[in-house]
Structure formats: C-alpha cells, structure tokens
Design a protein. Sequence first.
Length: 271
Amino acid sequence: MNIVWHQTSFPSSAAVTSKLSELPKLPIAVAILTPANPTPEITQALEQALMSASFAESFWLGQATTKITDFAAARNSLLAQVSEPWVMWLDGDEWLAQPDQAAQILGFALNHASSDEKLLGFTLNRRDWFHRQPLRYGEPAQVNLVRLHRTQAGEFYQAVHEVFQPKLPGFFMPLSLQLEHRSHQSLNHFFAKICDYAQLRARELSQAKTQRAKWQIILELLIWPPAKFGWNYFWLQGWRDGWRGFSYALMMSLHSALVRIFLWEELKLRH
C-alpha cells in the first residue's frame, strides 16, 4: 500500500481558526487524500480543507509515498482505523464552501440519520474550478459523490474514479453542502492527469474476468469519444462556460479515447 494514514490536528496558525475551532464537534472523521508531490496550490487547498472541516472530531491525512495506483484501496485502508461512526472524504484539492454553516447542516443531517438506520450516508455536489473560474455547465455540473457515510456501511471499488459500494441495505440522501474542487491548474496538468487515470482504468479493465473483444474496443473508440464530447459540450451546454467548457469537453473525450487505446495495448501485451 503506497498510502500512509495518520491523524493530524486542526491548523492553529490560520487567522480564522479561533472562530472555527469553537464550533461544536460532530462524531465524524474527516479523511483527506494528498498526492506524493503536492503543488503549492494543493498545499494551500489542503489547509483550506482542514479549516472548512473544523466540525470534525478527528482528522486523518493520507499521504502518498509514491503515485497512487488504487484509490479505492487507499480509502478502504483507513476504514478499519477510524473509531468515529461517520467518515467524510475530501481530496487534497477540495474543500467545503460553507465552513461556518457546515456544523449546523451536518448536525441536522446526523440527527436525522440517528432515527433511520437505513440512511447510510449523504452525497455532496462538487463544483470544479478551472483557470480561476467555476464550471457551471457540462459534466462538472453533474458531479454528486458519496462523501459522508457510516464507517461500516460499505467500501470503495475501482482503482480510479472510485465508487462507494454499500454492504448494507439502505439509501443515500443529498446534502446541502457545496464541495469545491480545484484540480487542474493548466491544460498541461489536466492532460497529464487524464493520461495517468486512463492508464489505471485500462489496466483495471484488462484484469477483469469478462474481456472485451478487439472489435468491441475499436467500435467503442469510434463511437464513445465523439459522443462524449457532444454530450458534454452540446447536450449539457458546456459551451456556456466558454473556452473552459470546450477544453473540459475535449479533455473528457480524450480520456475516453485513451482508456480504450491503453486497454488495446494492455491486452496485446498479455497475448
């Protein structure tokens, strides 16, 4: 495992800390994943993430010793260590938009969950920022993630773009907290990231029990990338975000193509 989890404390150096640290604590462990070589922007966002989650009873930082190759395994490795009944996940480039309201909103949510054991967790809407502007249309506007759940309610699967899989019967509810996400500092950084993620996804698909035939990969390569661009840019109105929306739609289309190209290469190496 190339992730080391350790508990940390609320940042005492921040100017707003004194006000936020006085907020009531909730039985939540906030877990934040950080890359092996964080950029200055991610370091700044990490402190912002810690400050926005001042309501937590404990903080856990997951520091990568090398490049993360299995995000689901990284998250699952923490679940056995957490003693709090609830876990909230943040990435190193994410933070909560309403830190002064979070404790009240979450307190109400957990109080509601205490009367319904089938309520396993909550989803948060995530807003992407690209070149200092939020993306309000396209695929980024549709992202809702399970980021707060009962610690023993399930686990994550998929090496990349990991998904929370419940192991108990129940349901999830949307939470009125906005998650902010600033992960792409430039087009070069964006492209490098989708290449890494596409390789991880292709490797995972190549190890699946049911394999795609070569003709299926070719057909998907011809259909999915242009369909992905059209869905993002036209159907979801990504064009309304200007050149940023165009860039995002193009990159997501490239990601779709790269997954299939890398999958073809992985399967070719295995035969």
